[in-house]
Design a protein. Sequence first.
Length: 336
Amino acid sequence: MYEDKVLLITGGTGSLGKALAHYILSNHPEIKKLIIFSRDEQKQFQMAQEFPSNQYPQLRFFIGDVRDLDRLKRAFKEVDYVIHAAAMKHVHIAEYNPEECIRTNVDGAQNVINACLETDVDRVVALSTDKACAPINLYGATKLTSDKLFIAANNIKGWNPIRFSVVRYGNVMGSNGSVIPFFINKKKTGTLPITDSEMTRFNISLQGGVDMVMHALEHAVGGELFVPKIPSYKITDVAEAIGPECEKPVVGIRPGEKIHEEMITSSDAYNTYDFGKYYVIVPTVPSKALKDVLESNNYPKVPKGFKYNSGENEEWETVESLRDLIKDHVDPDFKV
């Protein structure tokens, strides 16, 4: 499906965007063009050094902001597939800059949808977050709104064969601004600040995130919200894995943070199916194509009252497994 096709990643200079670019260019050399769309020229310059044009001739860079509909429409000309990863992601920054968060995460999402509908884009995968599930902070609320917009876009496409789907996952191990690189950097000070000793999070590797996005791009028929089956970790175990000798004072949670994250609520369970590797939340009234997928594969619904949160997860990382994961996915030279 990638031969002679053009794929564009919004926010493509981020951790997941770069991982997606590396995976696509390495595994699908038949692709015609891969476009990185983002607003940060410095990050594009740095990424271009990591992906030199003589080795990756299909790679292109396009400066632009998802807030700018006209720029999106120009960027999307002759594009077949779009992965929407651009967002304001820091919870506490969004709390103090609410209008900016809304303009990027909500207005930007609608701009991406409109630009796709007005060009020849065939498939769209939008990235979500566990914070969009039962949100208590603005970032989560904007991403829940974004999710709803992308799923609902399947209802307004008319004759257009375009497919919109969403992937929702937890903390990406080693991504920019995440806790593991933060702790590794803070270790040299001898102190690792713990927000709350009870805090838990879902954990997914960059490759796990890439695999999930590619699965949705290749298999979604439109309207699916994919949720991975992934382990949780305790923040205290992360601190112990990285700096067992460090002091670990409890400093309190930041504005808008949860103690435990959720990805599926008990209310979502009525429309959630078990697809094996993933859970899939479907619209209350799924399309005929999505109904056919559910019926032909006989996917079971999750049990009544089912919920999926990081504090009640059945699968957990340990201090030892976290150390192995850090070496494999974050820092190969990591030592305790």
